[in-house]
Design a protein around this ligand. Sequence first.
Ligand code: 13P
Length: 288
Amino acid sequence: MTNIKKYLEKAQEEKWAMGQFNFSDFTQMKAVCEAAVTAKSPVILGTSEGESRFFGLQEAVALRDVFKKKLGLPAFLNLDHGKSFEYLKEAIDAGYDMVHFDGSKLPLEENIKLTKEVVKYAKKKGVTVEGEVGRIGTDSSKLYSEKFEIKEEDLTKPDEAQRFVKETGVDLLAVSIGNFHGIEASGIDPNLRLDSLKQIAGKISGTALVLHGGSGTPEDDIREAIKLGIIKININTEIRLAFAGNLRRFLDNNKDEIVPYKFLLDAKNSVEKLAGRKIGLFGSAGRI
Ligand code: 13P
């Protein structure tokens, strides 16, 4: 079966994006894989350090292999926002296809130095690496009631992006272009800074760009961002909201239900529907 690099190249050539859907539980993982199979789309399954510690790195790898084999699905695992080289090594050794080293809060020099170490180790094992420059705020466990202010200084600077990519040799670069993790309470986040994205893409043509904080991003912005070079989009908060919201509603309405395969069904279906919708938006349907 085609590996992740081939799909990322294909996405870049054909101008569509791979969805990365985060999970911390088997029901969510299964729902995402089933949505991808229905849409005939390759898919990236993401786990943060916290999500993967709960789920287990080896368990995630074993189940990825089950879905690949049973469903004939190009499903790939990414360790999302890894902050420690040691933990990324564990993920690589366990069999993850890709790792994201997030040194974005470090001074640029330090970020470059550590990312290089990750790239060196990962490349030996044929594992894809995503790096990050610029600050992407907040986290995926929140609905923000106040307007989230993006500071100009947190946006990825095109020159820094160019230097980072050249010196580290990363396969993909996550950028800060007005995106943030989590969603504003209205459900729709402020518009992306497509002007910034254009400038960054102009400096590093050839390097694949990643959009974090995909939840709540206006759909037109997503379409434009893909045209400008984004080939991977991460979604977490919307999955968590769909899953937790439907589970809570079901249990509230069915106080005596204790059978997991019954009380988890609405939550699973809602995640599957959501992933299917995003796959359609990202243009990855029918690309297997
Ligand atoms: P959201 O939670 O905003 O979807 O962001 C997810 C993400 O970027 C994971 O890395």
